[in-house]
Design a protein around this ligand. Structure first.
Ligand SMILES: NC(=O)c1ccc[n+]([C@@H]2O[C@H](COP(=O)([O-])OP(=O)(O)OC[C@H]3O[C@@H](n4cnc5c(N)ncnc54)[C@H](O)[C@@H]3O)[C@@H](O)[C@H]2O)c1
Ligand SMILES: [Zn+2]
Ligand SMILES: [Zn+2]
Length: 409
């Protein structure tokens, strides 16, 4: 699908109309120093980002305009770029972004945590839950399970603002924060790399709490991490910061396992090493360092069904497991429930995304990394400008490096 500039302009106008931009703005004051247009990396076809210049709507008293500094490339962005599973094309992706507030509507006094906000502050956005579904109304503190979850740069907010978020991704030089239910946080205490890792880290801080809810994660626990991509490695840093002393990391990529060691894994296992290339050999290795019986708890951080089937064998009787790798539907696996679950009486939890409430805790985690010399910033291995977002996605697909980022010029 090729889009002409006229078509893109039409889409942008439709989207802005959906956001209420055609009605008279509440505040016509638009500082002359602010740009009238934004440059965005728009996904116009599968595997095709094009840089487009789109109008920034008239700003209102409820808006925040951000000069973007950078944004992490998430596996979900790559998934959308490759296959458009959410059917969003055309869309401006990027939800792990951060930048500086350049315009603050006079009705916006503070961030979602109640911290005062001013022009010049550093900011990030978080999820937009609907407030109407069963979970939003009846299950306090679990808005990560909102049926209509929206997020800037991925899934449009479904209430009233229609698909407004489609032109409001972080792969842009300016980004507009507008709309009911939006959540955002002032992050002046964090440097750019930490701010770009914040969203990913929040996924893992949420998963830590899910794991801790079983009562099986403590200082002396042996915890296994299966999959050392950005998610698994960040999970490792979170477990270290939470005081877990012995973490066992499994992957097939030696470079990633070296990073796991740097982040504090005590044991690494590579399914390509001749002495670790069968499940039996790996289980023996795990048991050798885990009290002879297997780990207390395991985190499943791959999207691979075969890996997910293996994980039960590493867990001791009475242990537990958190499934966080299947954020997208990668298919099924089969296990023997007698051996894997019932006989071992293991406690299984799932972990899905995060709530806005998880952000302040995650900021504290990132500061804790600094104090404990956990080099989480080293996860960022590549950065690309707006014009090279296709290359950024290809780099991610080729598993070159770990965390890929967009950095604004
Ligand atoms: N739960 C959530 O909220 C959430 C949020 C974001 C992403 N995710 C999911 O987390 C998963 C990991 O994300 P990522 O960005 O780190 O992906 P990634 O593909 O970069 O990393 C996956 C890692 O798993 C390893 N792996 C593959 N098969 C393995 C096996 N049999 N044993 C051990 N390791 C194996 C790969 O070598 C790779 O290093 C994805 O599937 C994604 O959908 C979950
Ligand atoms: Zn993400
Ligand atoms: Zn909801």
């Amino acid at each position: 699908m090729e889009l002409s500039s006229a078509q893109v302009e039409k889409i942008v106008r439709q989207v802005l109309a959906g956001m209420g931009a055609t009605s008279a703005p509440q505040s016509a004051v638009y500082p002359a120093t602010l740009p009238k247009t934004a440059h965005v990396a728009m996904l116009t076809d599968k595997q095709k980002f094009e840089v487009k210049e789109i109008p920034i709507p008239e700003l209102t008293d409820d808006d925040i305009l951000v000069k973007v500094e950078g944004a992490g490339v998430c596996g979900t962005d790559v998934h959308e770029w490759r296959m458009d599973p959410f059917g969003l094309i055309p869309v401006v992706l990027g939800h792990e972004g951060t930048g500086e507030v350049v315009y603050l509507g006079k009705n916006v006094k503070c961030d979602t945590a109640g911290k005062p906000l001013k022009v010049g502050d550093k900011i990030v956005t978080s999820v937009i839950s609907c407030g109407d579904c069963y979970v939003c109304r009846m299950v306090p503190g679990r808005t990560n399970l909102c049926d209509n979850q929206g997020v800037f740069g991925l899934i449009g907010d479904k209430r009233g603002t229609a698909e407004g978020n489609r032109v409001n991704g972080w792969f842009a030089d300016y980004m507009l924060i507008r709309g009911e239910g939006t959540t955002y946080f002032q992050v002046n205490d964090l440097d750019l790399k930490q701010r770009m890792l914040l969203e990913l880290a929040t996924v893992c801080v949420h998963a830590l709490e899910r794991g801790q809810s079983t009562g099986l994660i403590n200082f002396g626990s042996k915890v296994l991490l299966q999959g050392c991509g950005p998610v698994g490695l960040t999970m490792l840093a979170v477990l270290r910061a939470a005081g877990v002393n012995h973490i066992i990391a499994i992957d097939g990529n030696e470079d990633r396992l070296k990073v796991a060691e740097k982040l504090g894994a005590k044991t690494t296992i590579c399914f390509r090493r001749p002495d670790e290339d069968t499940l039996e050999k790996r289980v023996a290795k795990v048991k050798a360092v885990a009290n002879g019986v297997g780990v207390d708890f395991a985190y499943q951080c791959t999207g691979a069904p075969a890996a997910a089937a293996d994980i039960y064998s590493y867990i001791r009787r009475g242990g537990g497991m958190c499934e966080m790798g299947f954020f997208v539907n990668n298919g099924e696996y089969s296990i023997n429930p007698h051996l894997a679950m019932c006989n071992k009486e293991i406690t299984i939890v799932g972990s899905w995304d995060y709530s806005a409430e998880d952000y302040p805790k995650t900021m504290a985690f990132l500061k804790q990394c600094r104090e404990m010399n956990i080099p989480i910033e080293d996860l960022i291995t590549h950065s690309f400008p707006l014009e090279e977002m296709n290359e950024a996605m290809q780099t991610n697909v080729a598993q070159k490096g770990i965390k890929i980022c967009y950095i604004a010029k």
